[in-house]
Design a protein around this ligand. Structure first.
Ligand code: TXA
Ligand code: MG
Length: 353
């Protein structure tokens, strides 16, 4: 594709500049692409009712056509144009969790261009809570189709600088509204089948949703690219930094850390540059070892917020290997664990006593 001039416009999400909003909405309505922050990660937006505009998303991201796009709305009234046969429990969940990081899979409306759903008969839809995202959708007055604003299989962007690194010259406009709050993508919940299923753990925890949907199931499937896609988006290789990742999992946290230390020292001795993702409290164990560290803070929420930026940091530092201790699979830990499994292509070391 011929390079496009990518504009970056800074905008304060809590004091929205109406001129910038107008420019961004006009850009969307002209069929061009606008990256914008949501509470999860930055999205790459196009008018979801414009097939040619949606096609540009796939080209800009180098995304395969069999990976459908999430629609973003700002008002429940917009649902009538994009979904049909919406079950009652879907409305209950919208009432509880929207606006917010929950994406629902519903039966699609015939109006929706085929490339939005990759030819399927369901649609993914969410109402983001980020004030800039909501204002942009309202101003454009169309549903905005937006995958994460990264090149396909790269880590999702949590800042405008991440978007620019991946998509400079490939998209028209980036709205820089600062770093995103949650840092991992939305939870995807399939309500198009009799038993509701989580297809991707994310910003809202499984436990929180299960409180309202007791028969909720979660059966993650980690497929290789090219395999048949049952639930789209379940490629194993995803969110990946360049260096291979090893995820260390074990019941005894201190043993896990000790094993990472041993492996890091061994790799360093043969001249490798090792990057380790570490919670603040584990840092001391690595004092004096010649490695790069990405500090993940003190909580699972901190780790989610910092994870993708850490992958990009290690890319910039050209590390040879990345090590990380698996988080507990509770709360947002399940989503972190899912991203680590995909980014490491399932390279998990089980540490037993
Ligand atoms: O937090 C988020 O969800 C971010 C922000 C920008 O909203 N968006 C995001 O989009 O993560 P994306 O395209 O990177 O991931 C969307 C996932 C893909 O894996 C896609 O396969 C899946 O949603 N998806 C979309 N439509 C679907 C459908 N009809 N059925 C099942 N999965 C679907
Ligand atoms: Mg994505």
């Amino acid at each position: 594709m011929n390079p496009i001039k990518t504009r970056v416009l800074e905008i304060n999400p809590y004091d929205l500049d109406q001129d910038i909003l107008r420019i961004a909405a006009e850009t969307i309505l002209s069929g061009a692409l606008v990256a914008f922050p949501t509470e999860t990660v930055y999205g790459l937006g196009a008018n979801a009712l414009d097939e040619a505009a949606v096609a540009r998303i796939f080209i800009a991201k180098k995304r395969p056509a069999n990976d459908p796009v999430i629609l973003h709305i700002a008002d429940l009234a917009q649902l009538a144009d994009i979904a049909q046969d919406i079950p009652d429990h879907a409305y209950e969940l919208m009432d509880i969790f929207w606006p917010g990081p929950l994406t629902l899979i519903l039966k699609k409306h015939p109006n929706i261009p085929l490339n939005v759903t990759s030819g399927g008969d369901t649609i993914a839809v969410r109402m983001p809570s980020h004030p800039l995202a909501l204002a942009l959708i309202k101003q454009a007055a169309v549903p905005i189709g937006a995958p994460s604003a990264n090149l396909f299989s790269h880590p999702s962007p949590t800042t405008a600088q991440h978007v620019l690194k991946d998509l400079d010259g490939r998209i028209d406009l980036i709205l820089d509204g600062g770093s995103t709050d949650i840092g991992l993508e939305s939870t995807i919940l399939d309500l198009s089948t009799p038993i509701p299923r989580i297809l991707r753990p994310g910003g809202i925890s499984m436990e929180t949703i299960a409180a309202f949907l007791p028969d909720l199931s979660f059966e993650p499937k980690y497929l290789q690219e090219g395999e048949r896609i049952e639930a789209p988006g379940n490629f194993t290789k995803h969110y990946s930094p360049h260096a291979p990742i090893t995820v260390y999992e074990g019941v005894q946290h201190q043993q896990v850390i000790a094993k990472i230390l041993t492996d890091a020292q061994a790799a360093t001795q043969i001249g490798q540059h090792v990057g380790i993702l570490l919670m603040d409290c584990d840092k001391e164990a690595f004092d004096g070892v010649d490695i790069s560290i990405a500090l993940m803070g003190r909580s699972l929420e901190d780790m989610a917020h910092k994870l993708f930026a850490a992958f990009r940091q290690f890319d910039a530092q050209n590390v040879d290997q990345i090590f990380v201790a698996a988080p507990p699979k509770t709360g947002i830990g399940l989503a972190i664990w899912d991203r680590l499994v995909r980014a490491s292509e399932g390279n998990i070391q089980h540490i037993t006593t």
